[in-house]
Design a protein around this ligand. Structure first.
Ligand code: GDP
Ligand code: MN
Length: 397
């Protein structure tokens, strides 16, 4: 689960980390009051969307010379004007996808004078199964680009969970970033605060890009991006309350209500599968036969008829879906329950695209019989390969 920059900065502030004062604005008429509460003489107006690269992004239907989603202004009036100009419009960045994201919230922040821009992140390193720090002197840039072109400029190391964060971790980062004097102390303290926050809130990712040295020589978090482990959010009511459902794919949101593991993709073949591994294999084999999956969907081991029906509804609501492949291995799951679920769903939502069903495992004969006797136009498949071949053929001709 992701949150907005202004929410992430409030968390940083709670932990004592240095951030600028700022106000979030949802309605243009509130902008002037909000900006007036800040000191100036520089006001930064920042579009709040769950995607990075806002500064270099561009608005749809932008006027000539119009800048992206981060703007420096020099008065309360100008800050209010820029806020009004951003609200309600769609911002496209290299992380938002071509459709972009609608800006429903704008953050007005006290502007900082920048001496240097640095990069800092904490993340869960799956290779070492530990929390890692990543830092670089190349701040404000796309870190993927730095990693590709000048990997030597990135320092990354894991923290041993037995010791937790120690001062030497912070000093290592400080020296790598070329910090001097009091900045080293600030860095050691800040890294400890970030590590504590990361652990306390079960984060997956915390990125400060840029972390800056201000013109008065102090460290400050100028941007903040946070991702939380979705499986742990139930432990943090404060984090759950920060969820902005308008930022999420509506199909994924619907799926999460029914505890379905669903991720929307760009292809044309909808998949309904039980088990994440089988779902991955199904996506692979669809690609092998020359088509693209429209989604990843794992209905889970103990799916009920209701759950299968909901899954089916979500798949058919996707206008890009030109065919559906149901691929079920009945281990814990019984094939007859799946067959009944599929039929109930088709009866409820209708079926306008070809449907291939491959069943295997517990009660497979019963499942096949239910489908064969349903009178529905369902193409039966013998195995995974046969299923993939049949659905691709049905869609592509
Ligand atoms: P992003 O483009 O979504 O990553 O948004 P950021 O918050 O990182 O802002 C993009 C860039 O705008 C930063 O790298 C800075 O160069 C600039 N910027 C943001 N806030 C300030 C500020 O307070 N003062 C100045 N001078 N520049 C800023
Ligand atoms: Mn940034």
């Amino acid at each position: 689960m992701n949150i907005h920059e202004y929410q992430a900065k409030a968390l940083l502030r709670d932990y004592g980390a240095p951030v600028s004062d700022g106000r979030v604005v949802l309605k243009a008429e509130d902008a002037k009051t909000a900006a007036g509460e800040l000191d100036g003489p520089l006001w930064v107006v920042k579009a709040q969307i769950h995607a990075g690269g806002r500064g270099k992004g561009s608005f749809k239907e932008a006027s000539a010379g119009e800048k992206g989603g981060v703007r420096l202004t020099k008065s309360v009036e100008e800050a209010a004007e820029e806020t009004a100009r951003m609200l309600g419009r769609t911002l496209v960045t290299h992380q938002s996808g071509p459709a972009g994201k609608q800006v429903n919230r704008v953050y007005i922040e006290d502007g900082s004078g920048i001496e240097t821009e640095l990069y800092l992140a904490l993340l869960v390193d799956r290779q070492t199964s530990r929390v890692s720090f990543v830092c670089s002197t190349e701040g404000g840039m796309d870190i993927e680009e730095v990693a590709a072109n000048t990997p030597e400029k990135i320092l990354s190391f894991a923290v041993d969970p037995a010791t937790g964060y120690q001062g030497f971790h912070g000093r290592r980062i400080a020296f790598n970033l070329g910090l001097k004097g009091a900045q080293v102390k600030q860095c050691v303290k800040l890294m400890g605060q970030l590590y504590q926050l990361f652990m306390d809130k079960d984060m997956e990712m915390l990125e400060i890009n840029p972390l800056i040295v201000t013109d008065s020589g102090d460290l400050k978090c100028l941007d903040a991006k946070m991702g939380f482990d979705g499986n742990a959010v139930y432990r943090h009511a404060d984090i759950a309350a920060l969820r902005d459902e308008t930022e999420e794919d509506p199909k994924e949101l619907e799926a999460s209500k029914y505890d379905l593991n669903y991720i929307a993709l760009d292809g044309e073949i909808g998949c309904m599968v039980n088990g994440a591994g089988l779902a991955m294999a199904t996506m692979d084999i669809i690609k092998l036969f020359g088509a693209e999956p429209a989604n990843f969907l794992d209905v889970g081991g103990g799916a009920t008829t209701e759950k299968v029906t909901e899954a089916f509804k979500i798949i058919t609501s996707d206008k890009q879906v030109k065919g559906i492949l149901v691929n079920i291995f009945g281990g814990i799951m019984r094939c007859d329950v799946i067959a009944e679920g599929v039929i109930a769903a088709v009866k409820e939502v209708g079926l306008e695209v070809p449907l291939v069903v491959r069943l295997e495992g517990t009660n497979v004969e019963k499942g096949k019989e239910i489908i064969a006797n349903s009178g529905l136009n369902v193409i039966a498949a013998e195995n995974l390969r046969d299923g993939a071949e049949k659905i691709v053929k049905a869609v592509k001709g």
